[in-house]
Design a binder for this molecule. Sequence first.
Ligand code: ADP
Ligand code: MG
Length: 258
Amino acid sequence: MGAVLEIRNLHASVEGKPILKGVNLTVKQGEVHALMGRNGSGKSTLAYAIMGHPLYTIEEGQVIFDGQDVLELEPDERSRLGLFLAFQYPTVVPGVTVANFLRAAINARRKDVNPDDKGISIPEFRKLLTGKMNFLKVDNSFAARYLNEGFSGGEKKRAEILQMAVLEPKIAILDETDSGLDIDALRVVADGVNSLIGPDLGVLVITHYEQFLNYIRPQFVHIMFDGRIVEEGGFDLAEKIQAQGYDWVAEKYATVER
Ligand code: ADP
Ligand code: MG
């Protein structure tokens, strides 16, 4: 049985303003989902709420992962269960290389499982990292770069995907929020996701870039409008959005409960 992430009737607010108004969404290991929707519909709020960002208050509902309510767990506990949320680690101190950052992430995970763990050995870590970089076709010199120092959008994404490859989560939530992301950066994420996708990884990609979805071709597409998922379907729903935009969604749902 694969792992399941189940978001049940999730309501969340920001500074007293209700944003999520009852989100239901289930992602299973091995499935690829896309969450689409206009800017301001609440997509990033959903990601932040699941990750436990202090600014986002859960008013109601549950997020269940592998039978546990994730919302009651610390971020590192969520990670240990096999849930990967981009940006779940604090902003990096300058002078930390990509390799050091990833090694610290692995060691934190190991220490979490066993407090006496001495950490991964350098040769073992090198072997692991080189394997992952080769698999993802990331130039090996990337590991020696200082994390996020002068990184392009694409390089930030490369570091994120590498982190995902190293941590081997069961379910990953990726929020492609950055309006500044160019097509190359999206390509990095798409290629990375595509190469990591398999029976052991479930992904929820949050995006408003339709082009991106052509690369990863999600099996399940969800449309968010005003803090709710209002339409669900297969890849054909993404194609409908590409062809018609979101106006029909707004027309269909804007007047509900007003
Ligand atoms: P999306 O990711 O779909 O573009 P967001 O989740 O970022 O949507 O935003 C949904 C709504 O929540 C918007 O009205 C936005 O203004 C509001 N919001 C999100 N984050 C904050 C915040 N940190 N402070 C105030 N309002 C916020
Ligand atoms: Mg967003």
